[in-house]
Design a protein around this ligand. Structure first.
Ligand code: ADP
Ligand code: ZN
Ligand code: ZN
Length: 729
């Protein structure tokens, strides 16, 4: 008889322990089992299995509680291999998360420990030839001849009807079989591509990394926009595949995936699998299986792909390494680079980080020599970087131009369209108007569950909360004083789209944001239309800043650079620099010179000046001085504790108590408690404590005690520890 230690499915910290069950057979760590738990039949996850010579009776007497047998074993072999199981343990400790939550983040939905096996498998029915003999009708004889020739035919593709095939099955001359089908999410026929002849700069980078394949190190490729990083990745990947090893290619998010996926599919064909959140759960499951079965040499995917069950990894690449989407903002709150590094270490392979605008943390490590630094300082074919002009919107107001477009930008867009070239416009705000305000009482319409205003979306005629997704139909009376004097204030991408159509008769506009790309393949479809010149203006949020490579785009306009500059977050400067440099990089990537115009009320701001000069180094030096003065990363680690709960008083009192405790236990000063930027979200109140430290390892024992105290037992508040906070909302 065996005793199993089983983790149960609730990603609730109070259940972050194992429960003992009995089994007659040995079950490997990492397999799922069906158990009865609190009178419900659920799926658990085997953490350990040990043999016992005691009988159930003896066992119950010695332990003082009743044992149950598991109901069944679901997996014959573990879902996660040894490497990934170790990784799960590591991540649970690193992020103070329940192990079960980590496992759930690592596995595609059908394989999560809370669902039974097989739900994602799709079968295709085939007719298979068995024997030749006389059958009843001429038509059936014809069908049999066809089957004899083709041996195996998909039933749905067969030129003979299902009824005829059924008759043949009855006469035992053919039979039906079911085969598992793996859905191909990119069914378009792909044209294969050949390796390009590398530029000298690209060649140098390739050589530097390829001579060290088979060893663990981290390398930053700092290459300006359009310097040809993708081709370097592709050729590195080729070399790794030749060594019979696999490649993990990470991209920030779905917005970027279509072009990178296409590039990899065109080079490596069926050897590529993609993982991203827009795949249907069936597709995800299929890709997971293909990878696990070793049919795949390259995985391209967003954050969760870092857990792809690839074996024998020879290279891990993280493109746009600075991107905030690499941080998971729910439990387990991990950084993709932490996981990637751990895996690179395990497989003794290089971790390559690529960016035109590296994060300050990464660049400072590269300068210190912790990472290798490879530079691609020029665009391919020595194309110049686009010229950037800063436009002072205060001047426009003095000239009584109150429109969203400065007169200069209007002229520039007009002339770009006249030349048959394309325009990209950035406005980092979705929706139509920003919010609704009552002119009588001055109130704005807010979300009933969060401390934020609701955003007007014209297409749906609704006011929507961008934090909890609450929405309500637009009302024409004020919810506070019932006045009819309500007015839309501000503007978003939806409104810009409308204005462009009015201002520029030549414009054929496409809007690219969360709302228009929500549908499956939405990104793909929109980008394809733009690529085929069916549209000549692409308006979007920060989603358009990344990775798009359209040679006919010669004008990029930023409508309001101040939105992102004014966000109260210590990374606001860095984010703004990255956003503007990246979006500028979309202009003039082909043979034609590109232009960029940035509208702002702060034209003298150093971030904007550095973007104008495309001077990353200068930006880096200035921003590092600011970070040093205020002890922010990379000069210190930041750890935040967010205290959340429905009872406002409890939240306040608990945060004070936690602060007192931390100050007693730690040498660091604890900042706060302060209300979070959005104090109330989804009906919960939120306070925050912050610790700046140079020795974050030392905090673990203390923070994990706080974490356990509040989260392992049912309390009125929850505490969320974040060791790499990326948003300060
Ligand atoms: P980045 O990712 O660095 O911004 P890309 O990888 O998108 O740049 O490359 C920019 C453009 O240059 C692409 O259209 C790409 O096909 C082209 N390109 C890259 N390398 C070469 C090369 N060696 N020869 C010719 N064209 C190249
Ligand atoms: Zn009112
Ligand atoms: Zn809300």
């Amino acid at each position: 008889m065996y005793i199993l230690k089983v983790l149960v499915e609730y990603a609730n910290q109070s259940l972050d322990t194992t429960f003992d069950y009995l089994s007659n057979q040995y079950v490997e760590t990492g397999c799922r089992v069906e158990i009865s738990f609190r009178h419900r039949s659920i799926v658990g996850y085997v953490e350990m299995c040990s043999e016992t010579s005691l009988t159930q009776d003896e066992l119950e007497k010695s332990q003082g509680f009743k044992y149950q047998y598991i109901k069944s074993v679901i997996d014959q072999k573990p879902l996660l291999n040894k490497e990934l199981l170790q990784l799960a343990d590591y991540l649970a400790k690193l992020t103070l998360s329940p192990k079960i939550a980590v496992l759930q983040a690592m596995l595609p939905i059908q394989l999560k420990p809370n669902s039974t096996q097989g739900s994602g498998i799709r079968y295709e029915k085939y007719a298979v030839f068995k024997q030749d003999k006389l059958v009843k009708t001429v038509k059936q004889q014809e069908a049999l001849a066809y089957m004899k020739e083709h041996k195996k035919v998909k039933v749905k593709d067969s030129p003979y009807s299902k009824a005829i095939l059924d008759k043949l099955v009855e006469q035992t001359v053919i039979e039906y079989i079911q085969e598992e089908v793996k859905r191909d999410p990119f069914q378009d026929d792909i044209e294969m591509s050949q390796a390009l002849k590398l530029s000298d700069d690209q060649q140098k980078v390739l050589f530097h990394i390829s001579q060290k394949l088979g060893t663990y190190f981290t390398c930053l490729i700092h290459g300006v926009t359009g310097s040809g990083k993708t081709e370097v990745y592709l050729q590195l990947a080729s070399q790794v595949i030749e060594r019979q090893q696999s490649v993990l290619m990470m991209v920030p998010e779905i917005a970027l995936t279509p072009m990178m996926v296409t590039a990899f599919k065109q080079r490596f064909g069926k050897k590529v699998a993609i993982i991203h959140s827009k795949l249907s759960s069936g597709e995800r499951y299929d890709e997971y299986r293909r990878i696990e079965e070793g049919q795949v040499m390259v995985v391209v995917g967003a954050r969760s792909a870092v857990f792809a069950p690839l074996k024998n990894i020879g290279l891990i690449i993280m493109d746009e390494e600075h991107d905030a989407s690499y941080k998971q903002e729910s439990t387990p709150r991990y950084l993709t680079s932490q996981v990637a590094r751990k895996r690179a270490l395990y497989h003794h392979c290089p971790l390559v980080l690529g960016s035109a605008t590296p994060s300050l943390e990464t660049y400072s490590r590269a300068l210190k020599g912790v990472y290798d630094l490879c530079e691609l300082p020029h665009r391919i074919n020595q194309n110049p970087l686009p010229e950037v002009e800063l436009i002072d919107m205060a001047q426009e107001i003095r000239k009584h131009n109150y429109s969203l477009f400065s007169s200069k930008m209007k002229t520039a867009i007009q002339s770009c369209l006249e030349k048959g070239e394309q325009v990209v416009l950035l406005l980092n705000k979705r929706g139509y108007a920003s919010y609704m305000r009552c002119l009588d009482c001055g109130e704005v319409v807010k979300c009933p569950h969060c401390d934020v205003t609701l955003t007007y979306h014209k297409a749906t005629q609704r006011l929507t909360c961008h934090y909890c997704d609450y929405s309500m139909p637009v009302s024409h009376t004020c919810p506070h004083c019932h006045s009819k004097q309500v007015k839309m204030v501000g503007y978003g991408t939806e409104k810009i789209e409308e204005q462009i159509s009015q201002l520029f008769p030549l414009a054929r506009v496409l809007r690219y944001d969360v709302d228009t790309t929500r549908k499956k393949n939405g990104h793909h479809r929109l980008l394809k239309e733009f690529e085929e010149n069916k549209a000549n203006v692409l308006v979007g949020t920060q989603m358009i800043a990344k990775g798009l490579d359209f040679p006919n785009v010669t004008f990029v306009g930023v409508l309001n650079a101040d939105i992102s500059l004014n966000i109260p977050d210590f990374r606001a400067n860095e984010r703004t620099y990255q956003l503007l440099e990246q979006v500028s990089g979309r202009s003039g990537r082909g043979s034609k010179q590109g232009t960029v115009m940035i509208q702002t009320y702060n034209p003298e701001h150093f971030v904007l000046q550095c973007v104008k000069e495309h001077d990353y180094q200068k930006f880096y030096q200035k921003e590092m001085k600011i970070r040093k003065l205020s002890h922010y990363p990379p000069f210190a680690h930041l750890v935040t504790l967010t205290i959340e709960g429905k009872d406002e008083n409890e939240v306040k009192q608990s945060s004070q108590r936690i602060k007192t405790y931390l100050e007693k236990e730690l040498t660091e000063t604890v900042l706060g408690p302060a209300p979070c930027m959005i104090y109330r979200m989804s009906d919960e109140y939120r306070m925050r404590l912050m610790i700046k430290t140079t020795k974050s390892q030392m905090l673990y024992p203390v923070l994990s005690r706080v974490n356990d105290f509040y989260n392992k037992n049912k309390r009125k508040v929850r505490v969320i520890c974040d060791f790499n906070p990326y948003t300060m909302l």
